[in-house]
Ligand binder design. Sequence first.
Ligand code: NAP
Length: 215
Amino acid sequence: MSVPACSGVVLGVIGAGRLGLAVARLALAAGMTVRVAGSGAAIRTRQVVAMFAPGAEVLDAGEQLGGDIVVLAMPLSGIDDIDPAVLRGAIVIDAMNYWPETDGVRPEFDDPSRPTSTLVAERFPDAQVIKALNHVAFRDLEAGAKPVGSPYRIGIGVAGEGAALDAVADVVRCLGFDPVTVGTLAESGVLEPRGPVFGAAVSAAQLRARIDIAR
Ligand SMILES: NC(=O)c1ccc[n+]([C@@H]2O[C@H](COP(=O)([O-])OP(=O)(O)OC[C@H]3O[C@@H](n4cnc5c(N)ncnc54)[C@H](OP(=O)(O)O)[C@@H]3O)[C@@H](O)[C@H]2O)c1
């Protein structure tokens, strides 16, 4: 699936928390149409979205978000609650990290030989899963987003394959960052909390250098 110019993109966001609403704000600023779903009925999520990402549409949990790309911005353990049919055919940005404090202790999410995005891809076999937007704190994303061509753009690691990877790289550019491809989902561990760039809001060149050194 090819993704149109920024203003034509329809972006779904699952998770109406710190990251999800920050991404929604950046996407709205880029002219995208944004649809947000939280963990419950739209009526529960509407107020927070109206306050923190005004202009985004609000859907019920479990509703098809449609559109070009869907961002998963909820606790990783939340994938258990999402019906794979909701993401059938979608390009999915997995922006999630394993955090035992919120996810509970889940040994399968804590195996360095199997990055969590590979498990997300297994959970949603009919979606094209790309890892991105997970390694920079939401505040740094918002503070660091800059138009294409600006100096000091933040590099955002993206992992995956095929046309979906290109589509996500385009969306990352639209949001205000320089995408840095780091390999397949199997190689996405470099973007995870134990990896060399987790928490790093640095340029694409610096991001690439840190990953190369770590490898
Ligand atoms: N915070 C950051 O700076 C940051 C940066 C990069 C990546 N991340 C990753 O992004 C994910 C979300 O982090 P966060 O800090 O945004 O968390 P957060 O502020 O706690 O927000 C999480 C949101 O996910 C929703 N949610 C929980 N279970 C859900 C489900 N099954 N379906 C739909 N929505 C669900 C919650 O809704 P309810 O309130 O209704 O339960 C809440 O709105 C985590 O995996 C985190 O590692 C965070």
